[in-house]
Write a protein that binds this ligand. Structure first.
Ligand code: AP5
Length: 184
């Protein structure tokens, strides 16, 4: 049973690697960013609420994202495992997730941190060009990452082992390193 949480700054390669790994293992790739973007496309109340935050590079309020993840993790396809990409993003979300996984009897998750320097992520995201990939919004996302999400590295390191990966290599090299640490 594989359950993996991906941490890392915007543009670290979380989505790319999470999707590859989930496809290989035939388990769901749960990306909070993708679910919110789909909600926005479908104009659901959650998607509409999230838009102002996402456009500015701010985090959507914890409670909205937590409810969304809770609903997703209760679905049947998560019984064989999952890859979480983009959640948790704050210490409050991490505490919420820990309690939720205990309740759902889904503990035993591995936490992977993808390390990539700022200049690399800025270059990658400018090239990708998603709506929130303008230089101004990328810089704000990096600031939010440092203040809200980077503290999760210490949070998880002090509670369980945190697997650290060099994300500043080719896609194939990152995938190979990931497979190795997840299997270990
Ligand atoms: P989200 O969609 O999660 O965006 P993010 O964390 O900023 O991450 P990205 O998708 O930009 O990067 P990634 O690490 O997945 O990299 P990727 O693989 O795409 O969140 C968007 C917004 O939603 C947030 O700002 C927030 O508003 C809201 N939100 C989401 N979750 C939330 C939460 N839990 N709480 C509150 N708000 C939340 O790769 C990037 C590019 O680099 C791609 O073009 C890729 O091809 C390329 N690339 C990847 N790896 C490599 C490599 N090794 N070499 C060369 N290029 C590479």
């Amino acid at each position: 049973m594989t359950r993996v949480i991906f941490l890392g700054p915007p543009g670290a390669g979380k989505g790319t690697q999470a999707k590859t790994l989930a496809d290989n293992l035939n388990i769901p790739h749960i990306s909070t960013g993708d679910i919110l973007r789909q909600g926005l496309k479908d104009q659901t109340p959650l998607g509409v609420k999230a838009q102002t935050y996402m456009d500015k590079g701010e985090l959507v309020p914890d409670q909205l994202v937590e409810e969304m993840v809770q609903e997703r993790l209760k679905q049947d396809d998560t019984k064989s495992g999952w890859i979480l990409d983009g959640f948790p993003r704050t210490v409050n979300q991490a505490v919420f997730l820990g309690e939720l996984l205990r309740k759902l009897n889904q503990n035993g998750e591995k936490v992977v941190n993808l390390n990539v320097p700022d200049d690399t992520v800025i270059a990658r995201l400018l090239e990708r060009g998603r709506k929130d990939d303008s230089e101004e919004v990328i810089r704000r996302r990096l600031e939010v990452y440092r203040s809200e999400t980077a503290p999760l590295i210490d949070y998880y390191s002090s509670r369980q082992s945190l697997l650290s990966i060099n994300g500043n290599q080719s896609l194939e090299e990152v995938t190979a390193e990931l497979k190795k640490v997840i299997a270990s």
